[in-house]
Design a protein around this ligand. Structure first.
Ligand code: DMJ
Length: 663
């Protein structure tokens, strides 16, 4: 033996012992299997320990790579989306953080562009179109059934109810919240979210097929999109009658607002085309004044949600760009942001006539900026908006949690005290209290406190019943005087209340939600066109021949707003009561009847009381595609995983953002 001839042994020294047979075989050629095996084994033994370790390590490494690539090939969104999208996917950059909800939705499906008129494109045609879709194996079953047009059915919704009964809850300052969260101090610190829900697990669930009503929404969307594409491509809003466009910020507002709707509706072709525009033509380096709130909820919100749904980093890059350009708004003496920012020059200012900002505007940009911080790891966005909330939390001038409509950017104090509404200029303050609390994992107790107090304030000061139907409505308070006026905008409230109840808040809120959504529906049903006006006044006293709802001439326009449909969606998700779907269906049909423009697009109208001439206004607001049609589609769906409300929270422009889930 040549083993360890002399000390010290070198680490790569070879120690070999030859048996007589081996010694014999070594001399001549022998190709028998046994010999080859022995020969390999001998070569292996001839290697040093280091060499063997390296080889073993390489084998192990290759095996791990093999397993990883095998599983990732199976990810359905990956194989569905095109390669360029795929390659650009990025993960959030905050150390220790993972996306609570990575791209878990199926990629948009193939759909024919410009389908033509409603009557021309029947659900049958859509069914046929959809049968051509080629899907990767891994997602084939799920999507096929989701869009399986041979199984157009409507199924009851049960999951939420069952899940709710399992939660143990305690009472806390009027709210009912989960015990483990009640003792935690308020915190603005971002915690690590829960691991992503696995795609494989979702694939195993029974998929829910698309139904006729959802197809009608797809058709409506495509009709609206046709108008936008033909006459307003890349501009802010379509003017469907004059076949032109209007510009607000000059940033393709409708296109950006509609991106995630296209994704959710499965309109792949349209989505890809719009994506190209975002990649090649969307430029924020422009000398243009934008409204901080509107551009945050529509543009930043739209880009962030599209990033989450598609996994395409293009949208995150654009979100970062606009987010950074909006930051100068916070450079004010009070840190309460100005209403307007010049995104090219980096300067901000209040409106020309005042140094006030609107309360709803400065308190309804938080979901988006907080999410931007989470994704970029740059806390400046979150810090700026959290500071606003903390400041507003401490301010005097509230009335049992109800806030005035204006706040001064110099002093940081509320102005125009004494007027309280849940409509324009205050509405989404209340919505975002609850939604930020949900987004942050239900830990920021100040937000919950302010929300609960405000709803108590609503009950105490703003709720009344109308005559003759005794509809519960939310009026306004001006210097101690109650006004029976309710904006259509207030119809976000039933949905928000239901969302709170779903998240463990008192069942009272659900009762109120049920009463209010009935009222919002009546704001449509009691009107000649079946469409709600912008503002109604309720009758407090029964008068012969009078309905509950009165409309003033200045208020009888309809801007294709989403709030009622939005609330119908939440109510249906949480109760499974089909009447909410039926109400939404009526509304969609009336939009088709009175606001649809044959050459493409939908228009806001001036007179909901005149079915023979609703007086088209020649404008399609971006939220019709961003919100109204999206909520319609979700309302008609029986798939609770189509934007699961335990994983996503919608911003006030209907852009779903992930809920941060603690690890
Ligand atoms: C949208 O921009 C948002 O929903 C906002 O919160 C209120 N106004 C419109 C829709 O009506």
């Amino acid at each position: 033996s040549a083993a360890a001839a002399s000390p010290p042994p070198r680490r790569d020294f070879i120690s070999v012992t030859l048996s007589p047979e081996e010694a014999a075989g070594a001399g001549g050629y022998n190709n028998s299997k046994a010999w080859r095996r022995r020969s390999c084994w001998r070569k292996w033994k001839q290697l040093s320990r280091l060499q063997r370790s390296v080889i073993l390590f390489l084998f192990a490494f290759l095996a791990v790579c093999g397993v990883i690539s095998y599983t990732s090939m199976g990810e359905p969104w990956k194989s569905l989306t095109n390669k360029s999208l795929d390659d650009q996917r990025t993960e959030p950059e905050i150390p220790g953080l993972k996306l609570a909800n990575p791209a878990v939705l199926p990629a948009p499906q193939k759909a024919e562009a410009n389908p033509g008129d409603y009557t021309e494109l029947s659900p049958q045609v859509l069914r046929e179109e959809m049968s051509f879709i080629k899907l990767p194996k891994s997602l084939d079953v799920r999507l096929k059934t989701r869009y399986d047009t041979s199984r157009v059915v409507e199924e009851p919704l049960q999951a939420d109810k069952e899940e709710k009964t399992e939660k143990s809850v305690i009472s806390w300052r009027g709210a009912v919240i989960e015990p483990d969260q009640s003792t935690e101090p308020p915190s603005s610190k971002i915690k690590e979210p829960e691991k992503p829900s696995s795609v494989e697990a979702e694939d195993q669930k029974e998929p829910v097929p698309i139904n006729e009503r959802q197809m009608a929404v797809i058709e409506a969307f495509r009709h609206a999109w046709k108008g936008y594409k033909d006459f307003a491509w890349g501009h802010d809003e379509l003017k469907p009658l004059s076949k032109s466009y209007s510009e607000w910020f000059g940033l393709g507002l409708t296109l950006i607002d509609a991106l995630d709707t296209m994704w959710i509706l499965g309109l792949k072709e349209e989505f890809e085309e719009a994506r190209k525009w975002v990649a090649n033509d969307l430029v924020f380096d422009k000398n243009v004044d934008v409204n901080l709130f509107e551009s945050t909820i529509r543009i930043l919100g739209g880009l962030l949600s599209t990033y989450h749904l598609s996994g395409d980093s293009l949208f995150l890059e654009k979100a970062k760009d606009i987010g950074n350009r909006l930051m100068p708004a916070f450079k004010t003496p009070s840190k309460i942001p100005y209403s307007d920012v010049n995104i090219g020059r980096g300067t901000a200012h209040p409106p020309r006539w005042t140094s006030d900002s609107t309360v709803a505007e400065v308190t309804s940009i938080q979901l988006e900026f907080r999410e931007l911080s989470r994704l970029t790891g740059d806390e400046k966005f979150q810090k700026a908006v959290d500071e606003v909330m903390k400041h507003v939390h401490t301010l005097s001038g509230k009335n049992d949690g109800l806030v005035p409509m204006f706040i001064n950017t110099n002093s940081g104090q509320f102005t125009h005290l004494g007027v309280y509404t849940l409509g324009a200029r205050a509405d989404s303050y209340y919505e975002y209290l609850l939604k930020q609390w949900i987004q942050g994992g239900k830990k920021e107790n100040e937000l919950l406190e302010d929300y609960m107090r405000a709803i108590e304030g609503v009950k105490k000061h703003l709720l009344q019943k109308s005559q003759p139907k005794k509809l519960t409505f939310v009026g306004e308070l001006a210097h101690g005087h109650f006004s029976a006026k309710m904006d259509h905008l207030v119809c976000f409230l039933p949905g928000t209340l239901a969302l709170g109840a779903h998240n463990g808040l008192t069942a009272d809120h659900m009762k109120l939600a049920e009463a209010l959504i009935e009222t919002c529906y009546q704001m449509y049903a009691q009107v000649e066109t079946g469409l709600s006006p912008e503002i109604v006044h309720f009758n407090l006293h029964a008068q012969k021949g009078h309905k509950d709802v009165e409309i003033k001439p200045a208020d009888r326009h309809n801007l294709l707003r989403p709030e009622t449909v939005e609330s119908l969606f939440y109510m249906y998700r949480f109760t499974g009561d089909k009447k909410y779907q039926d109400w939404g269906w009526e509304i969609l049909q009336n939009f088709n009847k009175y606001t649809r423009v044959p050459t493409g697009g939908y228009t806001s109208i001036n007179n909901v009381q005149n079915p023979s001439n609703p007086e088209p206004r020649d404008k399609m607001e971006s939220f019709f595609l961003g919100e109204t049609l999206k909520y319609m589609f979700l309302l008609f769906s029986d798939d609770i995983d189509l934007i699961n409300l335990d994983k996503y929270v919608f911003n006030t422009e209907a852009h779903p953002l992930p809920i941060w889930v603690p690890a």
